[in-house]
Ligand binder design. Sequence first.
Ligand code: RP5
Length: 176
Amino acid sequence: MTSKKNKPQVAVVMGSDSDMPTMLSCIDTLKGFGVSLTVRIISAHRTPDVAADFADNAKANGIKVVIAAAGMAAHLAGSLAGRTPLPIIGVPMQASTGPTGLDALYSTVQMPPGVPVASMAIGKAGAKNSAIFAVQILALADHTLADKLDAFRKAQADAVIKKDQALQAKSEKSKA
Ligand code: RP5
């Protein structure tokens, strides 16, 4: 699946279609920033040749950042990182069985020195942050995206301030 007509800048790769519900927040966030993306289901274990081919050609295909989500013994991000110089953002998934995603977190984050993966948090928070982190990387060379990122962060801060103001007003009212 590829969005927009222009070449995808970000590849969102997940180990299974069972990861899709969690990764939708990543995909939606990237789309919200207007980032062109491609979404793939590729497994380091079940389709290792496809994974190798994807990694070997990602840079030549114009991809700038790869987001790799996987659960259980999550080797997808690491195996891609070993085959491409592109920055790889790993998202540990909580699989339907297993120890709450900690298995995937350790598999994703504990890379040997020399082959880094930028690991996010487990699950939905990590999925959303992976998109924002990808946008932060792209924004270094894209002023329009940098402006959108500033606006996003301001809106996020404003929303928290508004909630605090409402809370303070409520507690003032209960004192009166
Ligand atoms: C991983 O194994 C996938 O990323 C998924 O999180 C987990 C379970 O996969 P399925 O059995 O649901 O396909 O490779």
